[in-house]
Design a protein around this ligand. Structure first.
Ligand SMILES: NC(=O)c1ccc[n+]([C@@H]2O[C@H](COP(=O)([O-])OP(=O)(O)OC[C@H]3O[C@@H](n4cnc5c(N)ncnc54)[C@H](O)[C@@H]3O)[C@@H](O)[C@H]2O)c1
Length: 256
């Protein structure tokens, strides 16, 4: 797919999935604006690797749970690199704590990054597209956990469930502006947030893998390929959808 003249805005762009998406879109010709909470020097080698592909690349330290910082990020990128046309709210955090024990601060923090952060980013970017009379694509990075209770990560599940409805509300609002809004709902990736939980625990990793009907974890590069499909500038009809990519996890165990 040719993404020349497209500018991708990716939050959490220094994470495992964010990096894979940035690489994929850059290799198709898009310029890339990455936001993350890490310091600039942490981002420098990755930024340089994308620049080597001949793309314009900007890194910004930004906390997506702060709406003013998100507005400033999008305004600065629009002026310096161009108006983002491929918007990918990807930043998220997860902490293990069941609903009896989770603190109010932890609950609020997970929702403010995983749900409100996506709202701040996607609305500000959509409004910028409308203001400049440009079409665009928004792709939320969701999870099968939106639709399935995981007792140890209730705030994460609630955030991803809210994200699914945010996707539909955004899709309905901006369809007339040719801004197509979709979600990719992932199963378990052997990297990033799940990778961190399974790290140094081969038995846990094995038992999780055994529960996946296709018996394989997803690789970040495979996620990026599906995100690319949802970026298609020729897509005029798919909006408000969820592309489920979970190796069959949501199907449950048909023997039980
Ligand atoms: N790894 C999985 O198995 C899995 C499964 C389903 C969905 N997902 C989703 O994929 C997306 C990417 O996650 P990942 O697995 O690559 O994790 P990751 O931890 O590698 O990446 C997340 C990135 O978000 C950044 N971040 C955290 N808080 C932030 C904030 N307030 N503002 C800006 N950036 C912030 C982190 O610094 C990190 O670079 C998330 O939305 C996650 O929910 C992951």
């Amino acid at each position: 797919m040719e993404l020349k003249n497209q500018i991708a805005l990716i939050s959490g762009g220094l994470g495992d999935i964010g990096r894979a998406i940035a690489r994929e879109l850059a290799s198709c010709g898009a310029d890339i604006a990455i936001g993350d909470i890490e310091e600039e020097h942490e981002a420098a080698p990755f930024v340089a690797s994308l620049q080597d592909l001949g793309r314009g690349v900007v890194y910004t330290k930004v906390d997506v749970s702060d709406p003013k910082s998100v507005e400033d990020w999008i305004s600065t990128i629009s002026n310096d690199l161009g108006v983002p046309t491929l918007i990918i709210p990807n930043a998220a955090i997860v902490r293990i704590s069941n609903i009896r024990q989770i603190s109010v601060d932890d609950w609020n923090q997970q929702l403010s990054v995983n749900l409100s952060g996506c709202f701040y980013m996607s609305r500000a970017a959509a409004n910028k597209l409308v203001e400049r009379k440009k079409k665009g694509r928004i792709i939320y990075i969701g999870s099968w956990a939106a639709n399935r209770v995981h007792k140890d990560i209730p705030a994460y599940c609630v955030g991803k469930a809210g994200l699914r409805m945010l996707c539909k509300c955004m899709a309905a609002e901006y369809a007339e502006n040719n801004i197509m809004v979709n979600e990719i709902a992932l199963g378990i990736i052997n990297a990033g947030l799940s990778g961190e939980i399974m790290k140094d625990q081969p038995q846990l990793q094995e038992s999780i893998q055994a529960r996946i009907p296709v018996n394989e974890f997803i690789e970040p590069g495979e996620v990026a390929k599906q995100v690319l499909v949802l970026c298609d500038p020729n897509n005029r009809h798919m909006t408000g959808s969820t592309l489920l990519m979970d190796g069959g996890l949501s199907l449950g165990n048909s023997n039980s």
